[in-house]
Design a protein around this ligand. Structure first.
Ligand SMILES: [Zn+2]
Length: 180
């Protein structure tokens, strides 16, 4: 390819980019891609960014901003949300396990007041867990409903709730939509 020699470096780059348009994106594969994207997100003009990272052209920055950045940002957001949901789910499961074990202890000791408090606590956890699982339905890698611990815990809770039909019904309602 003949690049006119009178052009300055940045102009030569743009010339090259026009010639190789939309083949590979020099920003997507750029070692400083994150810094470039941060600058774009911060609203820095393409021309300023191109000048700062002297091996890229303004047009490549502009094209990356329009065609690739939105998708990349959406993906990053998705990943952050999954991580948060996973962590939340772990917390709720831990809480639920604790509430269920306290419930069993209280029941064994004949302490109905504490047992009822445990039932309420378990119910809250299960409601939250059911909600979370509803939101996570589209993520098959996180299948809580076939987790052995979960199945065991469900059985324990259902059994423990037998003397308390009202609480039992409330928990059953909370469990609706989460297949056994
Ligand atoms: Zn790109």
């Amino acid at each position: 390819m003949n690049i006119p020699s009178r052009l300055r470096d940045s102009q030569r780059l743009e010339f090259l980019e026009r010639k190789t348009m939309s083949r590979t994106c020099t920003i997507c594969t750029h070692p400083d891609r994150k810094a470039i994207e941060s600058a774009l997100v911060a609203g820095e003009p393409s021309r300023v960014i191109a000048a700062r990272f002297c091996t890229i052209g303004r047009m490549a920055v502009q094209r990356h901003k329009e065609e690739h950045l939105p998708k990349r940002l959406a993906k990053a957001q998705e990943a952050r949300e999954s991580a948060n949901a996973d962590e939340l789910l772990r917390h709720v499961k831990a809480l639920q396990g604790k509430a269920a074990s306290l419930l069993l202890q209280a029941e064994k000791a004949g302490d109905l007041k504490t047992a009822l408090a445990g039932v309420r606590e378990s119910r809250g956890c299960i409601e939250l867990l059911a909600k979370l699982m509803g939101e996570l339905d589209e993520r098959p890698q996180l299948n809580v409903t076939i987790n052995p611990q979960w199945i065991e815990l469900r059985a324990v809770i259902v059994q423990a709730l037998e003397p308390y039909p009202d609480a039992g019904q409330a928990v059953a309602a909370a469990l609706n939509g989460a297949p056994a």
